[in-house]
Structures are given as C-alpha cells and as structure tokens.
Design a protein around this ligand. Structure first.
Ligand SMILES: NC(=O)c1ccc[n+]([C@@H]2O[C@H](COP(=O)([O-])OP(=O)(O)OC[C@H]3O[C@@H](n4cnc5c(N)ncnc54)[C@H](O)[C@@H]3O)[C@@H](O)[C@H]2O)c1
Length: 363
C-alpha cells in the first residue's frame, strides 16, 4: 500500500459527491480515479473536485483493472451494486458499497461469494449506524432491561417525498421506497436486536400515489413501489412489523416499537413529514415503558447529541480505517444480507399474493 490510501469512485452521480467530500477531509487518502458509464461524466466530476491528476474511466471494468487502487466506493444505482462490487473484489479491492446492498437476495449472495473468494471485504453504507441515538437505542435493548424481545415495529416514510431521476426506474433502482429508505428502517430495527435471520415474509408493495398525476409529476415513468408493508417472522420467536412510504395520505406510519417481556421502548418519529427511518433526520423522543412498584410507568430517555463530524464522514472514515487494518468490515455483508433478504421477500410476497419463505443459499 502506498503512503496514502488510493481510492476509486465507481458511479459519479449524486451520492458520489458526499463520498469525495469525506475522502478529501482525510490527509491519508487520495482519490485517484472515477468511472461512470455516461461519457464525460467522471471527468467532469473529478474536475469539479479539483482532482486533475485523477483518471476518468467510462466503465467500472477499466477502473478495476488498475492494480494501484486499494479500495473503491460503489456509488452506482442499485442494479449495478452487485456487478461493480464483484468486479472490484475480483480485482483485489475492498469496497464501500452504497445502500441498499442490491436489488435481489441472489445479487447479495453473489457479492458475498466474491468477498469470500477474494479475501477482501465489503462494508455497506448505512451512516445512521453512527447516530448517537441509534447507538443508544441498541445499548438499551442489548442491556437486557426489556427482557425477551418478541415484537418490533419499524418503518417511516414521507407523506409526499417521491424522488425522480434513476430512483423510479425498474432497470436502475429495481425497488422503490422499500429499498431506498426502507433499508434504513430495517437496519435500525435489525441492528438493535442483533440481526436475527428472517424466516418468512408476508407483504404488499403498491404505488397508488406515484401513479396518480394529481400527486406526482412523472407517473408514466414511475415503475417501482411507493408504499410497502410487511409481517416478517425472525429467528428466535421475534415478529417484525414494517411499513415504508414515499407518498401516502397519512402523516406517519407509526413509531418504532421494541416490545419485550419486561419492558418496551418507543422511538417516536420526529415532528416533520419527510422522514425515512433515521436517515432524513434524527429520531424523535425515546420513551422507556416499564412497571415500577407494580405501576405502568413511562420514562423519557434524554436524547444524545452527535458530535460535529457528519454521520457520512464517520461511515467513510470507518471504511478507510478498516482497509488500513485489513478488516473487518464495519457494517458486514453477513448482517446486511438479512436486510436484503427481507427486501427480496417483500417483493416476492407482494407479487405472489401470499407469505414466502426466506431461503439462504450456501456462500
Ligand atoms: N447513503 C446515502 O445517504 C445515500 C443517499 C442517496 C443515494 N444513495 C444510494 O447511492 C446510490 C446512487 O444514488 P445517486 O443518487 O448517486 O444516483 P445517480 O443516478 O445520481 O448516480 C448513479 C451513477 O452511477 C452511474 N453508473 C451506473 N452504472 C455504472 C457502472 N456500471 N459503472 C460506472 N458508473 C455507473 C450512472 O451513470 C450514474 O451517474 C443508490 O444506490 C442510492 O440508494 C445513498
């Protein structure tokens, strides 16, 4: 490894800007290349950041051929996550992969197989993991205070917040609100309870709001879900109840709830509409529900303050540090494959109109 860690960016669209902004803050890192399939886009992107010495490519394959690049950020739309991550791993590079992991469970498995074969790692970019209150919620639940956790409600969403661009096209995004912001709500719930394995999923995924020109400007281009709801059985006798929206005639899909045999934790959604499950904004009030001297009691938990570094910068820094120490991945695919399996199960169950089993092929 050279003095500085040498980074390549695959996909130089919207979110790639946040990656480069973070990398540029680190004196031990250098962005040396960018690739985008739209001709000229990677060059213009690198120039915008004054990265004149960095090389622009028009395919991820060309960038991956470079053996002087240590690691890459995969910032393409979802349908290319698996292809680009596998190519980067096969060429010996560690990967910071943007969320969601992929579109299907099979694509997630492909990434894990390439990871195993290469000895390199993939970390998935869930920056809310670094939010002080996400950490606090996990600490409370993991402390055992709530007893046996048997029911979790998660979700979030927007009354009106349907994006455009590549997010609504089937061949690029693959899945809508469910994958875009639903994956965050799933991660907050599953990470808090230790990522138990999903067993079955019964779900619906719809798009009544986005397909209506009264509510959305590009209904003819909209090919994915704008709302989904699911009932998921997890290993260990836990039920997960999930709802997610980009558009609905409702202000909220409800609070986060962790129900245990000895206590409950309610995490309220903040008091504004554009919320996507601990991503678009901080969580709302946290309330501990328990009995004290035989009396049902509610104890507000003081909200923790984040320090100055942005959550995004923390996620990129955690990746850089893991590359330098040769792993482990800060947010490993061994966890996120369960998140991906639920997204995959919701789409399959909605299409089949019945509950589906979740089966994991051998890695
Ligand atoms: N973590 C976050 O906060 C956050 C926020 C927004 C988006 N995202 C995720 O980031 C990803 C990208 O979102 P975006 O808004 O930047 O999308 P975008 O459409 O603006 O950018 C994606 C870019 O990837 C390029 N691309 C596609 N396939 C490629 C390939 N094989 N090789 C090289 N380039 C390729 C496209 O041409 C495009 O320029 C999505 O998966 C999204 O879910 C994460």
């Amino acid at each position: 490894m050279a003095d500085k860690l040498r980074i390549g960016i695959i996909g130089t669209g919207g979110i790639a800007h946040s990656h480069v902004n973070a990398y540029k803050n680190f004196p031990d890192v250098e962005v040396v290349a960018g690739a985008d399939i739209i001709p000229g886009k990677a060059r213009a992107f690198l120039d915008k950041f004054d990265l004149k010495d960095a090389t622009a490519y028009e395919s991820h394959e060309e960038l991956c051929k470079r053996d002087d690049i240590d690691a890459v950020s995969v910032c393409t739309y979802n349908s290319q996550h698996s292809v680009c991550s596998v190519a980067a791993l096969e060429s010996g590079k560690d990967v910071l992969l943007e969320k969601p992991m992929a579109i299907t469970l099979q694509q997630g498995i492909d990434i894990m197989r390439a990871e195993k074969k290469s000895g390199k790692f993939v970390t998935v970019g869930f920056q809310p993991r670094y939010d002080a209150n996400s950490v606090r919620i996990k600490q409370i639940v993991q402390s055992g205070e709530l007893g046996k956790i048997y029911y979790v409600q998660t979700g979030g969403g927007r009354r009106r917040g349907i994006p455009g661009g590549t997010f609504i096209e089937k061949d690029k995004a693959g899945v809508g609100a469910l994958a875009d912001i639903g994956c965050y709500a799933l991660d907050l719930a599953l990470n808090t309870i230790g990522y138990p394995k999903p067993l079955t999923v019964s779900a619906i995924a719809t798009n009544y709001i986005a397909k209506n020109p009264k509510y959305y400007a590009e209904p003819e281009r909209f090919e994915v879900d704008d709302f989904s709801a699911a009932f998921i059985r997890l290993e260990g006798g836990i039920t997960l109840d999930f709802r997610m929206s980009w558009g609905m005639h409702m202000d909220t899909t409800g609070d986060f709830i962790f129900l245990g045999s000895e206590g409950g934790l309610k995490v309220k959604q903040p008091h504004y509409q554009l919320w996507g499950g601990a991503w678009d904004g901080p969580v709302g009030d946290i309330i501990y529900m328990h009995d004290q001297f035989g009396i049902p009691t509610q104890t507000p938990i003081p909200l923790a303050q984040n320090d100055k570094a942005s959550l995004f910068e923390k996620k990129v820094r955690a990746f850089v540090d893991a590359v330098k120490t040769k792993g482990p991945a800060p947010i490993p695919t061994s966890q996120i494959i369960y998140n991906q399996a639920i997204i995959d199960g919701i789409i399959r169950s909605s299409a089949a109109g019945e509950e589906v089993k979740v089966v994991f092929p051998k890695i």
